[in-house]
Design a protein around this ligand. Structure first.
Ligand SMILES: [Mg+2]
Length: 186
């Protein structure tokens, strides 16, 4: 039986903030700079703006980086891959559409945590699904995973670089580094 690996969606598989910044600057006249964003939710942005963004042509047109696409393709042959996202329900359809379009057949499940109170957190879902590793850019999810003894790797982004954690770090989703991290588990 294939072992399961879990991936966050936004800013792990899809460079959501990187694409949102110029879109918002153009549409709303904001002055965001990607490298200065210190909060993955982009302080000052609203839920409605994010829903509009992911429903927009610009949102659907975002392409995963080539190394991310290659990694997911290769990994899906050796592992059972799932997506575990904290996206608001208003963005679930767009999330599924984007994943199916860009990673056809690669993910066995696309799961969302329920509500902002994390009734069931990403770590809980990883436990249910038997995931041997979860990849995420958000320190809160990494901490939650580690506190529940779920292996987690943090994907480096400007807003998490100061976060101190015992979790391994990865610059981007790529096959070579992921295999290295997975091999260290056994
Ligand atoms: Mg994320």
């Amino acid at each position: 039986m294939k072992k399961t690996i879990s991936f966050d969606l936004d800013d792990t598989l899809i460079d959501a903030v990187e694409a949102f910044v110029p879109w918002s600057n153009k549409k709303y006249g904001t002055k965001y700079k990607f490298n200065e964003i210190d909060d993955g939710d982009v302080q000052g942005s609203t839920l409605k703006q994010w829903i509009d963004f992911f429903d927009s042509v610009a949102g659907m047109k975002i392409k995963p980086k080539k190394e991310v696409k290659d990694a997911i393709n290769r990994l899906s042959k050796e592992y059972r891959l799932i997506v575990v996202s904290a996206r608001d329900p208003g963005m679930h359809t767009a999330a599924k559409r984007w994943i199916v379009k860009n990673f056809p057949g690669n993910f066995k499940k696309i799961l969302f945590i329920k509500g902002r109170n994390w009734k069931k957190s990403k770590a809980d879902i990883c436990i249910n699904e038997g995931a041997i590793m979860h990849f995420d850019d958000n320190p809160r999810h990494i901490s939650d995973c580690l506190s529940k003894e779920v292996n987690a790797t943090i994907v480096n982004r400007p807003w998490n670089l100061k976060f101190k954690t015992s979790a391994p770090r990865i610059n981007n989703i790529n096959y070579r580094d992921i295999i290295k991290i997975i091999n260290k588990l056994s």
